[in-house]
Design a protein around this ligand. Sequence first.
Ligand SMILES: NC(=O)c1ccc[n+]([C@@H]2O[C@H](COP(=O)([O-])OP(=O)(O)OC[C@H]3O[C@@H](n4cnc5c(N)ncnc54)[C@H](OP(=O)(O)O)[C@@H]3O)[C@@H](O)[C@H]2O)c1
Length: 306
Amino acid sequence: MWLYLMTPVGLYYLLRWYREKQVVSNLQDKHVFITGCDSGFGNLLARQLDRRGMRVLAACLTEKGATELRNKTSDRLETVILDVTKTESIVAATQWVKERVGNRGLWGLVNNAGISFPSGPNEWMNKEDFAKILDVNLLGVIEVTLSMLPLVRKAKGRVVNVSSILGRISIVGGGYCISKYGVEAFSDSLRRELCYFGVKVAIIEPGFFQTAISSSDGHFSHVKMLWEQASSEVKEFYDKKFLLSCEWDLSLVTDCMEHALTSRHPRTRYSAGWDAKLIYIPLSYLPTCLSDAFFYRTSMKPEKAL
Ligand SMILES: NC(=O)c1ccc[n+]([C@@H]2O[C@H](COP(=O)([O-])OP(=O)(O)OC[C@H]3O[C@@H](n4cnc5c(N)ncnc54)[C@H](OP(=O)(O)O)[C@@H]3O)[C@@H](O)[C@H]2O)c1
């Protein structure tokens, strides 16, 4: 009985493994443009693809970040300064990319740049707090994609958008979850449109990882003040919740991005991190009443945070 059940499952995974391990040819001729390469996933991915021999066009927010990255990589890797919230910066970066890729087009566009603060209970926020995150995490992704798309289409290449498990289940107030739900929706419509042109779109959904994004420097002063006023019980709760589920090995995420860019058959969605795979993705499939009950029992009660 078990044999009859296990054989098709085993065969399915064997076939999937074989299909997914096939790599596209001529990687050394392919250009990949990555946003947010100063630190975190973007920085590691730039170095990883450079080691793999690909032509990395790394966009950094600061000159310092760009210089440090160039010092750690081969002469093949080139950097450009890009602020994804500024149209003129995106236009200039697109022209810079166009000059480098020529008639080959752009094989990979990785929309990675992002911020996570101001975050906290919704009632602590004003419209500007929401707009700050949406500007980088959602409108930035949309504007960079629209600007680079003709180059990606020319190469019949890949768009890789970095979302989050918080784009599947909304558990933090402020603009972050909203921005990532938006990235998921944008990526889904893009994938359905672009498949006719041979372009593939992949979404990366990491769990919680220890990177610079978790630094609360991004708070506006009024939100910072509310956090400072919060009781030690609230702070301890959030610190514990974050640290307990936090993963340190960033390559779990960059390996997914690399697969999305180099496999002949990339996946539509990649989840990275044990918390994403074992907790948040399964929770996102549960009926709302059950996921609400889970968060009701495990979250700080609002009367303590507000
Ligand atoms: N870490 C996690 O737990 C986690 C989980 C799920 C999803 N993500 C997503 O993963 C992506 C990368 O985040 P990370 O964790 O690697 O954090 P990170 O180290 O802070 O990387 C974010 C990068 O984006 C850059 N950036 C910020 N604002 C920008 C702007 N306006 N224009 C261009 N670049 C800008 C940052 O530059 P500076 O360093 O100069 O500020 C930094 O290089 C983000 O989209 C994030 O939402 C992270």
